[in-house]
Design a protein around this ligand. Structure first.
Ligand code: XIL
Length: 441
């Protein structure tokens, strides 16, 4: 599979798979590993997968996915042969929709909803034994075309409330965590409270954030409600200031008893940029003190600033994953990391024409644990090593069961899941710690 295009993926049709998914997966991934041009011949399937390594440590590794590319029907029929589908189900135990749960995707018009793609993701995750992050309920981007002409100061709060009720309510008890508000801080806008001068702020007032979290808590009491933002990782003056403003926002919300359980640090990093330093670690520890978990929600490593040869890109990218995840996953309140995509065949960095994403040599970015051909890159090994190095054992909060007594959105805990291609047998469980881990997590 040397040439991968979106149309190929979407056109792919599946017969009734005769082979059990696990068998197909194992042979596919064995082939993938054997073809790996860059990395050592590291095993990537079954017990060698990111999913298995994460599960062994009570952690989650996940990726942003495009639901339309997932062969849900094949999985439901007992097995899929589609490589992207197999890769996603075998390597991740938590998923997030790259775009399918944003306003623009869900709201074709002011008074209608289209849940087809979002539902597709939920079904796939349930079949594959994965949790789902909801992304997102409130953002200044990805607003539908009708929004500008329709939203006013008179109706913005109602629009926001009803959207959250409907969307979070639809997936009640099935979502691991919701990015309730995305990217609401932007010190460059010059406001004393650091908030972004977004349409939501301008139309609904600065307490739209509080309104969104309270509405989400009522609509889905079991999701971990998350504030998600970017450019808060480094110790540069701009990012330090922004991180400080995010901290103040979280403290304001906590002081007002607003339901918020987590902060998402997007972690779009640069292969040639400065590495995150002590500021982020201090931030994570300050969050721990107030009972807030930190999720790495959208990690990728932009290679516009480094040489284009695959080995040059891969070495620089792997260093960033190793160093960054090595640091943050060492903190007890950080036990979830997602990359923004899983293969460089599908990453916004290769789709964008923006100068910050487009390589001047015209080569594609190799920014994720798998490359365009779905071979493991050196980042795969770096991520897995960082997961292995963590001291977590079972730090993730216990599952909250839905009304039917099951955990419809979860299943991340390694136990046999029918139809799951993963090799997460109970036998591979780590020994239970003698005493429960300390702390609020
Ligand atoms: C990006 C998607 O990857 C693109 O496909 C889309 O065109 C724009 O949005 N921060 C976020 C994500 O919170 O939702 C963004 O996703 C990337 C930056």
């Amino acid at each position: 599979m040397r040439e991968i295009s979106t149309s190929m993926w979407t056109r792919r049709r599946f017969g009734k798979a005769a082979l059990a998914m696990s068998g197909v997966l194992a042979s596919q991934l064995r082939r993938t590993a054997a073809q790996a041009p860059v990395d050592a011949r590291v095993g990537v399937s079954g017990p060698d997968s990111l999913r298995a390594h994460a599960a062994l440590r009570g952690m989650m590794y996940g990726a942003a996915v495009i639901p339309a590319l997932l062969d849900v029907e094949g999985v439901a029929a007992g097995g899929s042969k589609d490589p992207y589908t197999l890769l996603v189900s075998s390597q991740t135990n938590i998923l997030v929709a790259e775009n399918a749960m944003k306003w623009a995707a869900l709201r074709p018009s002011a008074d209608s909803f289209d849940f087809a793609e979002a539902d597709r993701l939920m079904r796939f995750a349930a079949l594959s034994g994965q949790r789902v992050r909801g992304h997102n309920l409130c953002w200044h981007e990805a607003l539908p075309a009708w929004f500008k002409a329709t939203a006013t100061t008179a109706n913005a709060r109602t629009l926001l409330t009803e959207h959250i009720q409907k969307v979070a309510g639809r997936y009640r008890n099935q979502i691991h965590s919701w990015d309730v508000v995305n990217e609401a801080v932007n010190p460059k806008d010059g406001r004393p409270d650091g908030l972004r001068a977004s349409p939501w702020l301008e139309l609904a007032g600065p307490d739209y954030i509080e309104l969104a979290f309270k509405t989400a808590a009522a609509a889905d009491p079991t999701a971990k409600l998350t504030y998600n933002d970017y450019d808060i990782e480094l110790d540069t003056p701009e990012q330090s200031e922004k991180r400080g403003q995010v901290m103040l926002l979280i403290r304001r919300l906590k002081a007002r008893n607003v339901p918020i359980q987590a902060v998402g640090v997007q972690s779009h990093l640069k292969a040639d940029g400065p590495m995150p330093g002590t500021g982020l670690l201090q931030f994570i520890r300050d969050m721990a003190k107030i009972g807030i978990e930190v999720f790495i929600t959208e990690m990728d490593v932009n290679t516009v600033g480094v040489g284009g040869a695959p080995e040059l890109q891969d070495a620089a990218v792997a260093n960033v994953y190793r160093d960054y995840l090595g640091k943050v996953l060492g903190e007890p309140n950080v036990s979830i990391a997602l990359t923004w995509g899983i293969t460089s065949a599908h990453t916004w960095l290769n789709e964008s024409k923006e100068p910050w994403a487009k390589r001047s040599d015209g080569l594609r970015q190799r920014t994720l644990p798998f490359d365009d051909d779905m071979n493991a890159t050196r980042a795969f090994r770096a991520i897995r090593d960082a997961i292995d190095a963590t001291k977590h054992v079972t730090p993730v909060a216990p599952l909250v069961l839905g009304p039917a007594g099951r955990d419809p959105g979860g299943l991340y805990k390694p136990f046999p899941v029918q139809g799951s291609p993963t090799n997460e047998s109970p036998a591979s469980q780590p020994p239970k710690p003698a005493t429960p881990p300390a702390g609020p997590f």
